[in-house]
Design a protein around this ligand. Structure first.
Ligand code: NAD
Length: 472
């Protein structure tokens, strides 16, 4: 196919006046494709199409909606090879490992599971005085804005619950990784009624157009905290409901005297998943000072055996950073850590070449108060921070505005449970990190988000409660 991708509005693909080049982060000399630069007029057209489609989709039967979700599952499964290759080339993640084939498998699994969820009508009172039922009704047009780290899976997380509950959707993917979403929506449109799912692409300003558009009835946003705040502020105008999945700076606490060896894979991939570009990755590891050397040894040993390279090469397990902005940020945070007494026990310097590769980097010798510990690094860099007292480690883990996930590692189950109970986060893992599932609600507290996704609780966020109260 041509390397030009198009927006889909009202069931039709639509050419734009301008296109931007999307380059491969593993080799920035390679142009992966041309992404349309959508305008405010395209956005309005998409919202109008979604609004028109809503007039009939809101009356679709439950079975129609289940069928639509199953059709999306099939689209993900049937086109996994094409979409995974595109995802690898535009995002950088390897085809194998926890890369783009895994992302396509997850997308199909999430869509399939969401098809099975339901929010049935509930009888609240059936008495001599009244008959009261509670229904869950769709909100209207869902505006979805997605980031560049897991573009297809997050698109599915936004689109499918919307469709399942009788809403219609306008999605705007990240300007860094729009191609796989544009193609996904084009394929979904072969199976769904026109206008139920629409895609526009463009820069951050198009995102702002979307959040400010009066025709949007629900906003679902996944991205940074800074942008999340703007989305929430825009939503205030129309009192538009929002679901916000924002940044994380997940702490992990290893209990004193824990042998790190049995946990090394969980610690390594819990932090390095997608080269650390995962909201819910382990981003700071607290270990007792006496366990530091053993922890550094096992993690460094593992790093030496994990190939990082072009995602299209079969042997690659980790890929590059996705874009120049993120690459520069990771370099800056590591340089700042070094300037503040940090030691890179692995990595610590960019790999060089026309790409955004940065090696797996474990940093010791720094603590809270250093940027690499306090901020979200979103890269393959993990600070390993020492403590002497567990309760102090808990206080430091909690001493942040982030609250996405946290983890406790150790063999004493009671102590793990005690620490887990103290940690302030939407999810606390024990002896693992970064494991999400479509039947388990997921979301952050504090500045890491508002509301949850997945399971019935996530689905409910795409509906409002309607009460029918009948005289007996
Ligand atoms: P970002 O906030 O820069 O961009 C996300 C999206 O918002 C993009 O589509 C962008 O074009 C759009 N956008 C930018 N400015 C906007 C505005 N003013 N109004 C409306 N839309 C606007 O985030 P990013 O750099 O793409 O993604 C990385 C961040 O996303 C990290 O902080 C990461 O932790 C977070 N994230 C969170 C989750 C989660 O589930 N909690 C999942 C993935 C990523």
């Amino acid at each position: 196919m041509s390397n030009k991708y198009e927006m889909t509005i009202g069931g039709q693909t639509l050419a734009a006046d301008d296109y931007s080049e999307i380059r491969n982060p593993a080799n920035t000399e390679e142009v992966v494709g041309q992404a349309p630069v959508g305008t405010a007029a395209h956005l309005s057209q998409a919202v109008d199409a979604a609004s028109t489609a809503f007039q009939s989709w809101k009356n679709s039967s439950d079975q129609d909606r289940i069928d639509a979700c199953n059709a999306i599952t099939k689209v993900c499964a049937d086109n996994a090879e094409e979409l995974a290759a595109l995802l690898t080339r535009e995002q950088g993640k390897p085809l194998g490992g926890m890369g783009s084939q895994f992302e396509m498998g997850g997308s199909a699994a999430w869509a399939g599971h969401t098809a099975t969820l339901s929010l049935p009508e509930k009888t609240i009172e059936d008495s001599d005085e009244r008959h009261v039922v509670q229904q869950r009704v769709p909100l209207g047009v869902v505006g979805s804005i997605t980031p560049w780290n897991w573009p297809v899976m997050i698109a599915i997380w936004h689109i499918v619950p919307g469709v399942r509950t009788g809403n219609t959707v306008v999605i705007k993917p990240s300007p860094f990784t729009p191609l796989s979403t544009l193609r996904l929506v084009e394929l979904i449109n072969e199976a769904l009624p026109a206008g139920v799912v629409n895609a526009v692409s463009g820069g951050d300003e198009l995102g702002a157009e979307l959040t400010n558009h009066p025709g949007i009835d629900k906003l679902v946003f996944t991205g940074s905290i800074a942008t999340g705040r703007k989305v929430m502020a825009s939503a205030a105008a129309g009192i538009t409901p929002v679901t916000l999945e924002l940044g994380g700076n997940d702490p992990g606490i290893m209990l004193p005297g824990t042998d790190p060896a049995p946990f090394v894979e969980g610690l390594f991939f819990g932090s390095m998943i997608n080269s650390g570009q995962t909201c819910g990755a382990l981003k700071r590891l607290y270990v007792h000072e006496e366990d530091l050397d053993a922890t550094v040894e096992v993690l460094s040993g593992m790093a030496a055996n994990i190939p990082m390279g072009d995602g299209m090469d079969e042997g690659s397990i980790l890929g590059p950073l996705q874009n120049e902005r993120q690459f520069k940020r990771v370099v800056e945070l590591v340089e700042d850590a070094k300037a503040n007494g940090g030691t890179c026990v692995t990595g610590g310097e960019p790999m060089g070449g026309p790409n955004y590769f940065y090696p797996v980097t474990f940093v010791t010798g720094i603590s809270d108060g250093t940027r690499l510990v306090d901020e979200e690094q979103f890269g393959p860099v993990l600070p390993i921070i020492t403590y002497t007292d567990v309760d102090d480690a808990i206080a430091r883990a909690n001493g942040t505005d982030f609250g996405l996930d946290a983890s406790v590692w150790g063999n004493d189950v009671d102590e793990c449970a005690r620490v887990a109970a103290q940690l302030e986060a939407g999810t606390v893992y024990i002896n693992k990190h970064a494991e999400i599932a479509p039947h388990v609600p997921f979301g952050g507290i504090k500045c890491s988000g508002l509301g949850v996704e997945f399971a019935e609780e996530g689905l409910a966020a795409y509906t409002s409660i309607k009460i029918i109260n009948k005289a007996a």
